[in-house]
Design a protein around this ligand. Structure first.
Ligand code: URP
Ligand code: ZN
Ligand code: ZN
Ligand code: ZN
Length: 479
């Protein structure tokens, strides 16, 4: 790709910018078109060589010949600086959003956390303080409910009015984030009334904790046992229970990080009944497996997350779910912990390994590889990574598509470039890559966030504080 520099004094990313000659791909269509950006928004699209496009002038013209022009990725599940297992996720909002930009993601929806005994407001204020002035790309928040009671239920309505329109509940992690069925039902009822979407971590944490204790008592302390005790049946059971509770409450349900074929089947069965039940999966479940968890010398700790990685056989059901729309979204659940000093907390006791994987930088590329491998179409790639997460979480059409009036969050994507993923070259603040040595075809070349060029032909030009908080409307996927 060549770029025509701005006229003297022109500032890339402000004023008028033109992306010429690329193939524009949205969830709806693929069109060879030029894209005119003005003051941070998409002003117009016109066919290559059309009189309209030929008449356009701009301070900067980006030549996208031979490239895709796609909407910036919307990663609806990240955990920057999440406190977990006595430590904190190693990416903060500055490093994590920079890495996201490198990978073609221009919006994240992170999880603010209610502490036990605390108010939602305190948690939300704390997350605003962490993110404010530090983000390279736009950001929004979900709220984790870890203490459902009369006052937090009331606060849910206030948050919806402020653009925090989704709430994550945990059937896992007793004593930490866990809610019992009564709390879950109440939160679902409240969400149904206000439009707040309930997101569920569906694993039977009470049963899992029994199996953890029994495994440790047998001396089964290695990382691979993390996968063994967090059984497929306990993900499927919790998914089923969450669906039934959501039916009782009359609430839509979004199940996060679905990893097991049996859980996909529960969601598919609900959807076949016409219920508003949605599922998300993550690249780690599509590309990694229990083989990674079983890596020797404690290396398996790098792959400890919950829900856990599953035997490879589950991947086909996840891809099928994504193709057939029983699963609608691929997010990363980006929650990095360094191997050194953080994952190592669980040497000799897998239950002390902080749960989570790094991934915010690689989602768009891994899913592009899935296009090349025949798992999904190009438009489905954009749908599950950009358009649907934006609609699901009330960001559309400002985010997730390329259309007049939308934010100019654009990625110029080189579908033929080869790259090798590695901790030596990635931009996430973590000392290993879950995909070390994996070669992919396709690479992000240039990224615009609200019209500002934040990655310019693989040179980083973003800055902390450019990214803004985006209040969200309620779920638009139900319309
Ligand atoms: O292992 C994970 N997924 N860590 C992040 C917290 C969560 O449950 O999403
Ligand atoms: Zn979770
Ligand atoms: Zn179906
Ligand atoms: Zn998560």
């Amino acid at each position: 790709m060549t770029t025509t520099p701005a006229s003297a004094g022109g500032t890339p990313g402000t004023g008028r910018l033109l992306v010429r000659g690329g193939l524009v791909i949205t969830a709806a269509e693929e069109t060879p078109a030029d894209v005119l950006v003005e003051d941070g928004r998409i002003a117009a699209l016109a066919a290559h060589g059309s009189s309209a496009a030929e008449a356009w002038t701009a301070e900067r013209v980006i030549d996208a010949t031979g490239r895709y022009v796609i909407p910036g990725g919307v990663d609806a599940h990240t955990h920057m600086e999440l406190p977990f297992g006595g430590t904190f996720a190693s990416d903060d909002f500055e490093t994590g959003t920079r890495a996201a930009a490198w990978g073609g993601t221009t919006t994240i929806v992170d999880f603010a956390v209610q502490s036990r005994g605390g108010a939602l407001r305190e948690g939300l204020d704390a997350w605003h303080a962490k993110a404010e002035g530090r983000c390279a790309i736009d950001y929004a928040f979900h709220m984790i409910l870890s203490d459902v009671n009369e006052s937090s239920l009331k606060e849910m309505d206030l948050l919806v009015d402020e653009g925090i329109t989704s709430f994550k509940l945990f059937m896992a992690y007793p004593g930490v984030f866990y809610s019992d069925d009564g709390q879950i039902l109440r939160a679902m009822q409240r969400g149904a009334a206000s439009g707040g979407l309930i997101m569920m971590h569906a694993e039977n944490g009470i049963a899992i904790d029994v199996l953890v204790e029994q495994a440790l008592a047998r001396g089964e302390t290695d990382p691979r046992h993390h996968g063994e005790v967090r059984k497929v049946l306990l993900e499927a059971e919790a998914t089923h229970r969450a669906i039934q509770l959501s039916r009782v409450a009359g609430a839509p349900l979004y199940v996060v990080h679905v990893s097991a074929e049996e859980a996909v089947a529960e969601i598919a069965a609900a959807r076949d009944k016409g219920l508003p039940v949605f599922g998300e999966t993550c690249p780690q479940y599509l590309f990694l497996s229990t083989d990674n968890l079983a890596e020797p010398d404690f290396e398996g700790a790098k792959y400890v997350c919950s829900t856990p990685l599953r035997p490879r056989e589950h991947q086909a059901a996840l891809w099928r779910g994504l193709r057939g729309n029983d699963l609608q979204v691929v997010s990363t659940d980006h929650c990095p912990f360094c191997f050194s000093g953080q994952k190592e907390l669980g040497r000799g006791d897998f239950s002390r390994i902080p749960n989570g994987l790094p991934g915010v930088e690689h989602r768009m590329d891994l899913l592009h590889q899935a296009v090349l491998d025949g798992h999904i179409s190009r438009r489905r790639w954009i749908e599950i990574a950009c358009a649907t997460p934006a609609r699901m979480f009330g960001l559309y059409p400002r985010k997730g598509t390329i259309a007049p009036g939308a934010d100019a969050d654009l990625v110029i994507y080189d579908p033929a470039a080869e790259q090798t993923l590695s901790a030596a070259t990635h931009h996430m603040n973590v000392d290993y890559s879950a995909y070390e040595g994996r070669t992919l075809t396709g690479r992000v070349e240039t990224v615009l966030s609200r019209g500002r060029v934040v990655l310019d032909g693989r040179e980083y030009t973003g800055s902390p504080g450019h990214g803004r908080f985006v209040p969200r409307s309620t779920c638009q996927y139900l319309d």
